[in-house]
Write a protein that binds this ligand. Structure first.
Ligand SMILES: *[C@@H]1O[C@H](CO)[C@@H](O)[C@H](O)[C@H]1NC(C)=O
Ligand SMILES: *[C@@H]1O[C@H](CO)[C@@H](O)[C@H](O)[C@H]1NC(C)=O
Ligand SMILES: *[C@@H]1O[C@H](CO)[C@@H](O)[C@H](O)[C@H]1NC(C)=O
Ligand SMILES: *[C@@H]1O[C@H](CO)[C@@H](O)[C@H](O)[C@H]1NC(C)=O
Length: 566
């Protein structure tokens, strides 16, 4: 990180100008030689100074809430002046520590209602700044690279944030409601084990829709979340869609029964506060079903992972992380859960007891993603730019992959567990194997950060194909066997946050902040279908039959596109 006084002066000048202090701006401009600073003002967005101050403030708050030993993560928001006073910061940190020791957070409320993917990204980027931060007064002759972390730049395009209902109660029993007025009352559990919808057939049948645009009659809008919905995931054996939101709930939506309003189970994420359970008011940002579809695991910014039954009962709470959880996955066997935290560690949990089986503390910065290679070994990536492969029972990483030059956002093993793909803010995609220290392929084509990647399903016609989603608004398909690009999919207008292959590998769904879900042919790279929702799309996913696509959005909506032949 570097900046010089000309740049600071320029931002102050613009601030004065924009705030109507015309004379001061003029005088200041003369005194600080703004004209000779070589900054092209037409490229600097409005409110730049305030935006950067806001980020600094968020960073300072994050610093307090993620103290070294801070098992507590709820902090009162800071005033700007408090944030610049070292004494007050120190005092806050000590307060956090005391409260941690008491296991008590009575006086602290989370008045920062910014909970959103933006916060997620802000946290990621503030943490990133933490890693990169060096004393900043060195003048530089080169123009500093503008932070292009596109999630944070969403600030200007302001996703609709729905106020979290902090007063909602913390029932220990899940609440079942229907979204419509229909009197449908059957509970999820009664229909869970019916495979009446014939899940074995796995052919996508979407070619009978007229035209590209998916009609509203094919979309079911699921309303209930009170804040952004970061994530959604279909149950692997039945048409239950789980969603996780900034309203500190996960929900399970029942889409097994046609022509009735889907009912929802509300899974409230609560914490102990003064002896009672209160909503954690923290984002639920990761979700994963076990492979037989009987349990749902969630990861939250409140630092806890939780396991829920399909009837919405909280089966266990996994508490060992100190700070937000960024990723969580079941192994195939279903006996372990793996999680990655801002506390720089990854943890293997025993799913039956809820106990931490092993904690891995090899990263020097927050762990952003994890993926199982086998039932007992996994890879993790971090803002520290490294990837570690670790094994249960082993005291050291069995492999470390280095080569990325910026934070590594996501990693995925191919279905056989032979190749590991990684994507990074350094705009590259790399492929690794256990047999080699250097990457097998270093794929450069994206113009901005790559947010996520997915492998095509095993056994499909598109074998060893990887899809990458980037903040440059494009999706790319890659032939990993040859290390060559196949298609570039360019219809999106904004950063792409999610991609998902249909189970047969013939189609790829993508979701972008432009509110569109696009469905592409993986063979031709052509856009087949498209649907525009009401909020920026954070996640898209296919059901196991490959005939419905679920999506979750920044405006609190979740929707399901029904692609079945009629
Ligand atoms: C400043 O940037 C704008 C937009 O890119 C460009 O049109 C203009 O020529 C630039 N001005 C200078 C002085 O470089
Ligand atoms: C918040 O929740 C309470 C209790 O469930 C309810 O009475 C109130 O109407 C809700 N407010 C909003 C804005 O949803
Ligand atoms: C579930 O699927 C299996 C295999 O397709 C089938 O034999 C069985 O009858 C189905 N059960 C129900 C309740 O439909
Ligand atoms: C993991 O365990 C499951 C169930 O026991 C088994 O089917 C699968 O082959 C195992 N995976 C690996 C990679 O060993």
């Amino acid at each position: 990180m570097s900046f010089n006084s000309d740049e600071v002066n320029y931002l102050v000048y613009r601030y004065l100008q924009e705030s109507g202090f015309t004379h001061s701006a003029y005088t200041f401009g003369i005194e600080s030689h703004i004209v000779s600073s070589n900054i092209n003002g037409s490229l600097v967005p409005p409110a730049a100074l305030l935006n950067i101050i806001q980020k600094g403030l968020q960073y300072t708050e994050a610093e307090i809430s993620i103290g070294e030993d801070g098992s507590e993560r709820i902090i009162e928001s800071l005033s700007l002046i408090d944030a610049v006073m070292p004494d007050i910061i120190q005092q806050r940190q000590q307060m956090m520590n005391v409260q941690n020791n008491n296991g008590n957070v009575n006086n602290l409320v989370n008045s920062n209602q910014k909970s959103s993917i933006q916060q997620h990204a802000d946290l990621k980027s503030s943490v990133k700044n933490d890693v990169e931060m060096t004393p900043v007064t060195t003048p530089s002759t080169t123009v500093p690279s503008v932070t292009t972390n596109a999630i944070t730049t969403q600030q200007s395009s302001a996703p609709t944030v729905i106020a979290t209902n902090a007063s909602s109660t913390c029932n220990s029993t899940p609440i079942t409601t229907t979204t419509g007025s229909s009197g449908q009352t059957s509970t999820l559990s009664t229909t869970l084990n019916q495979n009446s919808s014939g899940l074995s057939a796995s052919t996508t049948a979407i070619d009978d829709l007229d035209g590209i645009e998916i009609p509203a009659s094919r979309a079911t809008i699921l309303k209930g979340h009170e804040s952004e919905v970061f994530i959604c995931a279909w149950n692997p054996t039945s048409d239950y869609l789980a969603s996780g939101s900034g309203d500190s709930t996960a929900r399970i939506w029942n889409l097994n029964i046609d022509n009735v309003s889907p009912e929802q189970l509300v899974l409230r994420h609560c914490i102990q506060k003064g002896g009672t359970e209160v909503p954690s008011n923290k984002d639920v940002t990761s979700l994963d079903w076990n492979s037989d579809g009987t349990l749902l695991a969630t990861g939250s910014y409140d630092g806890f992972a939780r396991i829920w039954t399909t009837s919405g009962r909280l089966a266990s709470t996994l508490g060992q992380h100190k700070g937000p959880i960024f990723a969580l996955k079941w192994n195939k066997k279903g006996n372990y859960i793996l999680s990655a935290g801002v506390d720089k560690t990854t943890i293997i949990w025993d799913a039956s007891t809820g106990q931490c089986t092993q904690q891995f503390a090899y990263h020097s910065a927050p762990a952003l993603d994890v993926d199982w290679q086998t039932n007992t070994s996994f890879a993790s990536c971090s803002t520290d730019q490294c990837i570690h492969v670790c094994k249960l029972g082993s005291e050291k990483p069995v492999k470390t992959f280095m080569g990325h030059t910026n934070e590594v956002n996501a990693i995925k093993w191919d279905p056989s567990g032979q190749f590991l793909a990684s994507c990074s803010d350094d705009m590259t995609l790399k492929i690794w194997s256990m047999a080699k220290d250097e990457c097998l392929h270093d794929l450069k084509a994206h113009q901005k950060e790559i947010y996520t990647i997915k492998w095509s399903p095993a056994g499909g016609p598109m074998n060893l194909v990887l899809a990458s989603a980037s903040f440059d608004s494009s999706v790319r398909l890659w032939d990993i066997e040859r290390g060559k690009p196949i298609h570039t999919l360019t219809e999106h207008q904004e950063p792409v946050y999610s991609v998902a292959f249909s189970p047969d590998g013939k189609y790829l769904a993508s979701g972008s902040f432009d509110k569109c879900v696009h469905i592409w042919s993986t063979y031709t790279g052509h856009l087949i279908h498209s649907y525009k929702g009401t909020g920026g799309i954070f996640e898209v996913c296919w059901n196991s039959r490959g005939d419905k696509v679920g999506a979750s959005a920044s405006d609190g909506s979740v929707f399901v596109l029904d692609l079945r032949r009629r």
